[in-house]
Design a protein. Structure first.
Lengths: 269, 281
């Protein structure tokens, strides 16, 4: 799995998506994340096809992530294979590198997970996982199906460190992916004296410091940007490492602040 | 009677007059068209009033998090609870999802969508107004309830609620819209409970057999809500609003019914809204 993933949430126009995909591949990124609810699977598939051809990159070098949305789980009562096939066609690929349940709707997510396991066995998805869960959901999955996810994707950033979940995932060999990894650089992060000091210390900007914090604390950031410069900046986080004291200091900013409230998107979460 | 109420009643009267005159007399068709046009404008005005006053209740764009309390209930709490006074500065004390004529069933569905606003270990306050027993124990949902629900939930409860329903509540929900507009323009009056009770007077709704059915239904829902909250590490407090001596009886019946299943659930009776404020402060 790549160490950084390019998210495509809020990318609605083909031209800007294509330029991001092109710049990403040129900068060394290989991971792309989408979902049916983003409305851009078809555009992403087209952009990837064109860029890989233009830049002579083979499909197996890329890591493509898609999701199954709540309405699909509800409409099919968990039998989501048809929706997965539709997404493969839109993305113009034969398999997902990672397929995720987007939201753990209480009445459907166990059945959906069982169908995910089938897709994994059929090699339609090289790995399977689930988003927006806590340890309770993961224990339930393990109890009901005996099959742990390979990946868990959650909102994670210094204002919401999710230490318990990280620990659980590490114990169970589950990779944690972190969306909204810089919490939109909202306050108190934007004005943080700690982060300002670390900018001077490491000669990196706040975004790079936070992205490195993710790597050093065991999560894979999934970030969205419209700015090509931002892509290039984040690709430059592998030439330094945060020391333990600074990692802990960044983690101490935690206030359990969530941008995306789980129950709003997933009633009964 | 204030000007908005007069306009509302006039619009409805003129519209009905327009319908009748068109039906019974072709010669006055032109006049009827004019009447329709005017009343149409009035309906659009009130439609806009409903949308602008109710969409603010859907605070999914609220950036505040980790509230100590979430509040659910119906008209009394919606009208009289001064939540803005309590949330001062950066203090995210309480968020209210009480609304006009909101049933307990609708409140439960809305709780399932909004509980993430609470901090870990936060408290859900469920208010039961026995003065509105029929509303509280109803399984019907208003336009403003449906606005709060996730599309998957709408499907599961078989609620038909398209974008047209959202855009034109006055047309699709005319009676509840008129009632809502009426209550919106009504002046706030602090309600105080009567303490005198004449047991010789035949019991009103709160004492009837119908109310016993309602109380059992409410008790069942409260247990579901308490179970839902407990699974998520949240606390539940039931606040019963005493409006007369009969509601005191009903509250005792409710407490007795609930105690059979869950004796740990705090049930508090209040007669004045400042008692609820003291509970939270």
């Amino acid at each position: 799995m790549p160490s950084l993933i390019v998210g495509t949430f809020q990318h609605k126009k083909y031209d800007s998506l294509k330029s991001i995909v092109s710049a990403s591949i040129q900068s060394g990124y290989t991971g792309f994340d989408t979902a049916p609810s983003y409305g851009n699977e078809q555009d992403l598939g087209k952009a990837i096809k064109e860029c890989t051809s233009e830049q002579s990159i083979s499909r197996d070098k890329l890591f493509i992530i898609d999701k199954i949305d709540g309405w699909q789980m509800y409409q099919s009562n968990g039998k989501i294979a048809k929706y997965a096939e539709d997404s493969l066609k839109k993305l113009r690929i034969d398999y997902f590198d990672l397929l995720l349940i987007h939201w753990p709707f209480p009445d459907f997510f166990i059945q959906t997970w069982e169908n995910f396991i089938e897709l994994f066995k059929m090699a339609k998805a090289k790995s399977i996982g689930i988003c927006n869960v806590n340890e309770t959901h993961l224990r339930l999955l393990a109890e009901k199906t005996g099959f742990d996810p390979h990946v868990v994707q959650v909102e994670r950033h210094p204002l919401r460190t999710e230490n318990n979940l990280i620990q659980y995932n590490t114990t169970h060999n589950i990779v944690t992916q972190a969306y909204s990894p810089v919490c939109r650089m909202m306050e108190p992060l934007a004005g943080s004296d700690l982060l300002k000091n670390l900018e001077h210390k490491y000669q990196k900007n706040k975004g790079q410091i936070i992205m490195r914090w993710h790597i050093d604390t065991g999560s894979v950031p999934v970030f969205m940007t419209h700015k090509i410069d931002r892509l290039k900046e984040y690709a430059q986080i592998f030439d330094f490492k945060l020391d333990d004291y600074d990692i802990n200091a960044i983690s101490s900013l935690n206030q359990d602040y969530k941008i995306f409230l789980e129950s709003i998107a997933c009633p009964g979460f | 009677m204030n000007i908005k109420r007069i306009i509302l009643l006039s619009v409805v009267t003129v519209f009905l007059a327009g319908v009748l005159s068109t039906v019974f007399s072709v010669q006055t068709g032109i006049a009827s068209s004019f009447v329709f046009f005017l009343s149409g404008l009035g309906i659009l005005h009130f439609n806009q009033l409903i949308i602008s006053s109710t969409t603010s209740s859907i605070q999914f764009n609220d950036n505040r998090r980790n509230f100590d309390y979430l509040l659910f209930g119906s008209t009394y709490i919606w009208k009289y609870f001064p939540r803005d006074k309590i949330n001062t500065g950066k203090n995210n004390k309480i968020k209210s999802f009480a609304f006009f004529k909101r049933s307990l069933y609708a409140s439960y569905l809305i709780l399932q969508r909004t509980f993430s606003y609470l901090k870990k270990g936060g408290t859900v306050i469920v208010t039961i107004d026995f003065g509105e027993l029929n509303t509280t124990a109803s399984d019907k949902m208003q336009f403003t309830d449906l606005l709060m629900l996730h599309p998957v939930t709408l499907g599961m409860v078989n609620a038909k609620f398209t974008k047209w329903h959202k855009m034109f509540p006055f047309i699709f929900y005319p009676f509840s819209s008129i009632l809502y507009c009426y209550h919106l323009t009504k002046k706030n009056r602090i309600k105080s409970a009567s303490t005198e009770c004449n047991f010789m007077v035949p019991p009103p709704a709160a004492g009837s057999n119908n109310s016993n059915t309602h109380i059992k239904y409410i008790a069942g829902l409260i247990e579901s809500i308490a179970g839902f909250n407990s699974e998520r590490g949240l606390k539940t407090t039931i606040v019963c609003i005493v409006t007369d001596c009969w509601s005191e009886l009903a509250i005792k019946k409710l407490a007795k019914t609930l105690n059979l299943q869950d004796s740990k659930l705090p049930i508090i009776s209040i007669k004045e809204i400042n008692e609820l404020e003291s509970l939270i402060r």
